[in-house]
Design a protein. Sequence first.
Length: 231
Amino acid sequence: MEQNGRGSRLFCDVYTLGLVPFADVWILQKNLVQSHRDSPQPDRLLLVEHPGVYTLGQGSTLDHLKVPPDALPYPLFRTERGGEVTHHCPGQLVGYPILNLKQHQSDLHWYLRQLEEVLIQTLAEFGVAAGRQAGLTGVWVGDRKLAAIGIKVSRWVTMHGFALNVCPDLSGFDAIAPCGITDKAVGSLVQFCPGITVAAVQPVVIDRFAAVFGVSPVIQPAIQNVAPLGL
């Protein structure tokens, strides 16, 4: 495969992983980030659902948990991403771009806005007019947050990413103040599009990601045994 390079169309390997534990994909991301540091790599986008889990940002506080950590209904991980506590569960499409921003723009604010734009355009494809809220990261429909974003960038290589609530059971959010926000609700696409599924949304996310970031997606085979870097 042609490697990514300035002045030419970039390639992005896309892996649709299905339902995989958070810890396994976390290890995979770390391995992919290291491979980017060791040698030139194509961009990659991992798309996944997780069994129920809570994650904390690197500097986030436990004050945004509504119950003690050992009383949470699902495991809790502290990660190296930015942002506060969030919840992942089946029915939520999680995207982990592993990009070298030097091949795009070395600008974290640009990158965050691009991720938001991917999700705004995705929701528009289903007739949902979403947007941003001043001073807050993520994608909203009115005061309902449908997508959260939390990233880590090291030497301009990205990890972590976005989570779009397609058709999840939102009750897992009741144990936390999602992203530290207490005065707004969490929402999902199924509230606007009854019967919508992750399978229906996933190809639209791939298409909009490719358009917004100016890459050519290359759909790769499923990875077996995700945790030990099956790439």
